[in-house]
Structure formats: structure tokens, C-alpha cells
Ligand binder design. Sequence first.
Ligand SMILES: Nc1ncnc2c1ncn2[C@@H]1O[C@H](COP(=O)(O)OP(=O)(O)OP(=O)(O)O)[C@@H](O)[C@H]1O
Length: 372
Amino acid sequence: MNEIAVELRNVSKVFPADTKADEDLAAIQNVSLQIRHGEFFTLLGPSGCGKTTTLRIIAGFETPTSGDVFIKGKQMNDCPPHHRPVNTVFQNYALFPHLNVAQNIAFGLEMKHTSKAEIAERTQRVLKLVQLPDLGARKPNQLSGGQQQRVALARALVNEPAVLLLDEPLGALDLKLRKEMQIELKHLQTKLNITFIYVTHDQEEALTMSDRIAVMNNGQVLQVDSPINIYERPTSRFVAEFIGKTNFLSGRVLAGSSRETSMVLAGETVDVPLQESQWMGGDSVTLAVRPEKLQLHHDVPAPNGYRKIALHGQVREAVYAGTDTHYVVVLQSGEEVTVHMRNTFNHNLGEFAPGEAVVVTCPTEALRPLAG
Ligand SMILES: Nc1ncnc2c1ncn2[C@@H]1O[C@H](COP(=O)(O)OP(=O)(O)OP(=O)(O)O)[C@@H](O)[C@H]1O
């Protein structure tokens, strides 16, 4: 599992300006990534952040302006796409409309002069794998979106690539089918033990499918981590904000020691134990905290053994949302936080009404200090 399948070392891509008046565009800047064999690795970020460019550089459809690409330890910068041990599945599937499903799948093998018997055997095997064993004779326009997507996948898998590159492969499907295909794709990837490099701007898709995620913005990789760490331990404001919903609390450090720091947070003095003593007295800090880590109370709760901070505020809004109730609370500093309370038997619906004074608590380990 630890063998490196794909490595990018300081890869940048600059697209020259169309006219003299325009500036050159740095689509990706100094991207370094190590993707392990058998890993489901996702490039996640907003539109235009450089995900597709990164994927196309791995595939060989784009040449890096600087930096190196390695696949299975071999430098690939000058290797044409069809000689790389990778295949790409595009969002629009790119099936040949005049060929039937089996012919679409067999196309790559025919180009390589594989024997007829082997082509027939491998085509049937991948059709079964993507659960379309009986549709080989159909034309692409006789298939649903989900079926076309499966054919595109089968067409890539039949080449038995070491690495499969997938560029928003589920983007054209409706939500229900998309969810089903997410499970199927993940299942297939685990079963075949192929390295998947997957591009999406859908954070939920990335969190549910990936072994690791690289979050990108403005052509740069901001954090590479497991889904749990990306969500629970974002290292920058961008990552915290892009993935899920987050509250930001601004603080000022009063006195620092290696284990505990007193700070003024949202207008109140609290003690926050620290892993690292990265702050000095007078420093400004931003702490991120997820809405579901916050709890509302009528009064400051009695200590129960867990380290918590407690902040006073007033409910501004309470919205019932099925499994949760979403509260907006104005803290003493005037900052607002969103609190998601589960609608379990512990939490009476309508318990905290707008205008009511409340105490917001949070376990100290749920407060994430952010850089930048
Ligand atoms: N061939 C090209 N010529 C000029 N600029 C390009 C070219 N390809 C991409 N770009 C630009 O590079 C930047 C990164 O584009 P890229 O397609 O990699 O982003 P993306 O994250 O995949 O976006 P999306 O999610 O919208 O597909 C964008 O500003 C884009 O306009």
C-alpha cells in the first residue's frame, strides 16, 4: 500500500496569454503530491483551482511548464499519453456514438492488436464488472446516463491500467444515481486494487469515497490528508470553510505557557490547552469549530470531567431541520455562531427560543487553531 504510484514534484503549468494585453495564467503552481498504489486519491477544490490541469498533466495531455511527473518511479515528462500506464474517464464519457458498447470497450485493445479471442473475453469480463453483461450490442444513445458512465468506466478498465484518472465522472448524473454510483465505484476500486485519482468539486463525494484528499485553491495544494483530518483538523481557513460548515472565533492570547493559554475569545476570558506552544501573549488567533461540536445550555453546566469552554450569548434564530435544529447565537463580542443540536430525546424541540439568553459550550479539543 505504501508503494508510490504517481508523484508530482514541484509541478507548475502556465498557460500563455491569448493577447498581449492579458497576463499569463498560472493554472497550477509548485504542486507536489505522492499518491500511493491502490489509493483512492481525490483532488478537491472550487471551479478553476487547477484540478483538471493536474489530472491532464498526469495523463500526459498537458506538459508541465516546470517540475517532474513520475508514474511507478519512472519520469514521464516526455512520455506520450498512450504510452503511460494510465487511463482517463471523462465527465462527458466521450463514447464513440457510431460504435456499440462492446466495440467502444474493445477499441483500445484493437489499437494494440490484441487477439480477437482475448478482446471478446476481456470485454465480457469488464461488462460484467460494471453490471452491464447484456448490453454489449446497444449504441450509446440507447443507454441511460448511468449506463453510459459505466461503459466509459469499462472502456478504461479493460486496459487494466495501473492508475485510473477520473475527471468528475459522476457530474452528469442526477443525485440519486450519483450516490449509487459513488458506492459502486468505491467498491470496484477496492476490489480491483487500482489507484484512482479522482477529480471533484463535491466535498461530500470526496469525504465519502477517498482514502486521502488534496484540497486545492488558486492552483495550489493547501492540505493533503485523510477525510477525517480534512474535516476535523483543517489547517487553513480555506479548507475549514470549503468543507462543511464552520464557525470562526477570533481570540487574543493573554498569557502563554507550554500547556495552557488564557485568551479572550468572543469577548470572554477562557483557557485553551494547546498541543504546541505556538502562541505568545498578545497574538491574535482564529479558532475554527464545527456547528455540531457546540452545545446550548440554559446555564453554565457543572464540570463533568471534560475540558470545555463556555461562552454567553443570545439566540437570534432557531430553525428546525429534521434531524437537527440549527441555532444562530450572538456572542458577547457580537460574533455569531451556528449551533447544530441533534433532535434526540435530550433536546426538546423549541427549548431555546429566539431572544433567550444561553450558554454555548464546546470541548476544547474541538477548537482548531488556523494558520492564515
Ligand atoms: N488550455 C488552457 N488555456 C488557457 N487556460 C486554461 C487552459 N486550461 C485551463 N486553463 C485555466 O487554468 C485554470 C485551472 O483550470 P482547471 O480546468 O484545471 O480547473 P478545475 O479546478 O478543473 O476547474 P473545474 O472544476 O471548473 O473543471 C483556470 O483558470 C482555467 O481557465
